[in-house]
Design a protein around this ligand. Structure first.
Ligand code: BGC
Length: 387
């Protein structure tokens, strides 16, 4: 009897221990993949199978990256190679853990869009030391030699298109210009702003625009080419950190402190669609703002609806199908033992990273149907108000 209850006791403790272990490994995967290991897995085999390509995206909280996830899934549906997609959920620690998970799963190629370009160096290094080829995806991993390739859109051109749109769609002079930017931990935020500044600066210098919310931009208004440090000074004042809520707070603060001369018909440089919608909502609820022209990027569905409804002026369409195709094409070339083709290079602060770059398209009410519906990118039924 005693023996039997001892046996049962051992069984019970064993079962408890086992369930704890399972619990731990779930938690680990959850944290690592940003909260949902099943959805983060796209390979066909069981989670114990080795995988060929690991894909890490920065966050599932922004539609932009959910869009990339979906396009990756579409692209790999019929592939012979196995892949796994994990999200870092805005944390470099999760990102590193995700890379370690993928290394342990035997990947040969890592496609990674970093949460923070500099911090991602450690994760890239860990992969590279295992002989894994690292492809930086959309955002550049900076200040490390552990990046083999970069697949990207022309991010300078994104900013240029935004700035040019504001110039082409406003009239007169002395137009209040509100500047907003992305997160300084993202190299793209610098490129977008640099592109916008390249066209806006002459129009600030000649009085067409009056900067409404950045003393650093005012001080630098006679200089067309800014150093990284100078760009950083402006970004520090007008960053949204890619966070729509931070964008609302900043816009509210700016509008509260702006005098009547900085209201009326205004122009707003918003760095992407997520922040553009929040900033647009904030500006439209200020009774002293009579009209606003506002930029965006990513062609997020919600912003396409805003454009159709006249609440956001434009977006820069970055065809994610193309980016995914380029990244997966590169990965497969590497897996097949060849060197992928590149068209240029980006200095990441440590090395020149061979890069493959794709073009971007300005979209507003005039061409939204042609570019996004007729091209098959979205379905007309996903929107209201389209003729
Ligand atoms: C991407 C944009 C995106 C932003 C915020 C940038 O690096 O290029 O498409 O809107 O990050 O996630």
């Amino acid at each position: 009897m005693l023996k039997r209850s001892k046996f049962l006791w051992v069984l019970l403790v064993g079962a408890l221990f086992f369930s704890l272990l399972v619990g731990c490994s779930d938690t680990q995967t959850d944290e690592g993949s940003g909260g949902d290991s099943d959805e983060g897995t796209s390979d066909e085999g069981s989670s114990d199978d080795a995988i060929d390509v690991g894909i890490i995206l920065p966050t599932r909280d922004e539609p932009r990256w959910v869009q990339d996830e979906q396009r990756f899934r579409d692209a790999i549906a019929d592939s012979d190679y196995t892949t796994e997609i994990l999200f870092s959920q805005g944390s470099s620690a999760n990102e590193l853990q995700n890379v370690e998970t993928l290394i342990s799963r035997g990947i040969d190629v890592l496609i990674m869009s970093p949460h923070d370009g500099d911090a991602a160096g450690a994760a890239a290094k860990a992969a590279s030391m295992e002989g894994i080829k690292v492809i930086s995806y959309d955002r550049l991993i900076t200040n490390t030699d552990a990046v083999d390739y970069y697949v990207t859109f022309d991010s300078f051109a994104v900013g240029e298109a935004q700035g040019q749109y504001l110039i082409d769609n406003t009239d007169g002079s002395g137009i209040p210009l509100y500047l907003y930017a992305g997160a300084s931990s993202d190299n793209n935020a610098f490129l977008f702003f640099e592109g916008a500044w390249s066209v806006l600066q002459p129009k600030i210098a000649d009085g067409t625009f009056v900067v409404a919310n950045s003393s650093a931009a005012e001080e630098l208004s006679s200089k067309n080419e800014l150093t990284r440090d100078e760009l950083g000074q402006i970004l520090n004042q007008v960053t949204t950190n890619w966070d729509p809520n931070e964008a609302i707070n900043k816009a509210q603060t700016h509008l509260t402190s702006a005098g009547a001369e900085l209201k009326g018909d205004v122009a707003v440089l918003a760095p992407n669609d997520g922040t553009a919608r929040s900033i647009a909502d904030t500006f439209s609820s200020d009774s002293e703002v009579t009209s606003y022209v506002i930029t965006g990027q990513d062609a997020e569905k919600a912003s396409i609806q805003y454009i159709i409804d006249g609440k956001q002026s434009m977006t820069v369409f970055k065809d994610v199908r193309r980016l995914v195709e380029d990244a997966m094409g590169m990965a497969i070339t590497i897996l097949d033992g060849s060197d992928p083709e590149t068209t240029g290079s980006y200095d990441n602060g440590s090395v020149d990273v061979p890069a493959l770059q794709s073009e971007v398209i300005t979209v507003d009410q005039a061409n939204v149907e042609a570019e996004l519906i007729e091209s098959g990118y979205y379905e007309a039924s996903e929107f209201t108000g389209l003729e």
